[in-house]
Write a protein that binds this ligand. Structure first.
Ligand code: ZN
Length: 237
């Protein structure tokens, strides 16, 4: 079941344009466990199937699966170590998030997507633009993320986390769109307005109360998979 969920998240992210050839990955764990399931290296997000999801220990060893793991596995292991409240992590090199991450400029709440992050729920990881390929770097990422749900990695991409894979996946989609919208507005060079604090709270409450992450996940699942449910190896996905 978890392998299927990771597969679905990868395909939804690819469908929404977050693929970067072979880069980007998603993981999911059972709450409280020291293992997690993570997309394997060597395939694009849209090429993932349950057989291309590795079962890994947080020490980096592969417990089940024959493919290589992504070198950035420490993003996942080190966040899981310190965040007992979350069970899913997304890291992609989504284009607009990459561009926006190169600007030393705060994300503003311009829409409901932006309201989920700005001004207090997104942080910026500045110390390197390299791949997060060591445990030490993974610890730094986890430390900067702290208790937040989203992060922009400078000149690199995004990280989102959530208690469920639906939430982590939808946050990645929302963050990419929030970055895209702000880049579009900045390009106009014209004055603009951002949401006020009260409007932000209202939009966040609406998002939570209406279980929008779950509803949007179901929507994207229909778009990507039709009504057939879970993708499988036999379908060549
Ligand atoms: Zn990366």
């Amino acid at each position: 079941m978890i392998r299927e969920l990771v597969t679905q998240a990868c395909q939804i992210l690819a469908f929404t344009g977050q693929g970067d050839a072979l880069l980007g990955h998603v993981s999911h764990r059972v709450a409280g466990e020291e293992t997690f399931w993570m997309k394997a290296a060597g395939c694009g997000l849209e090429e993932v199937s349950p057989g291309k999801v590795l079962h890994m220990h947080i020490d980096g060893s592969i417990l089940d699966g024959h493919q290589r793991c992504h070198s950035e596995w420490p993003i996942h292991s080190e966040i899981y170590r310190v965040r007992t409240d979350i069970n899913a992590i997304v890291h992609t090199h989504a284009l607009h998030a990459c561009v926006f991450s190169a600007l030393a400029y705060p994300l503003h709440p311009l829409s409901y997507e932006g309201a989920l992050f700005a001004p207090d729920n997104v942080v910026r990881f500045d110390s390197t633009a390299d791949l997060i390929a060591s445990v030490q770097q993974g610890r730094e990422v986890a430390s900067v993320l702290s208790s937040k749900s989203a992060m922009l990695l400078r000149n690199h991409g995004l990280v989102t986390v959530g208690p469920t894979i639906e939430e982590a996946c939808m946050l990645a989609i929302h963050l990419e769109k929030a970055c895209q919208m702000q880049l579009m507005i900045l390009r106009t060079g014209l004055p603009y307005t951002a949401l006020e604090a009260q409007e932000i709270q209202k939009k966040r409450a609406m998002y939570t109360q209406n279980h929008l992450a779950k509803a949007l996940w179901a929507y994207y699942k229909r778009k990507v998979l039709g009504n057939s449910g879970t993708p499988g190896e036999e379908k060549g996905q």
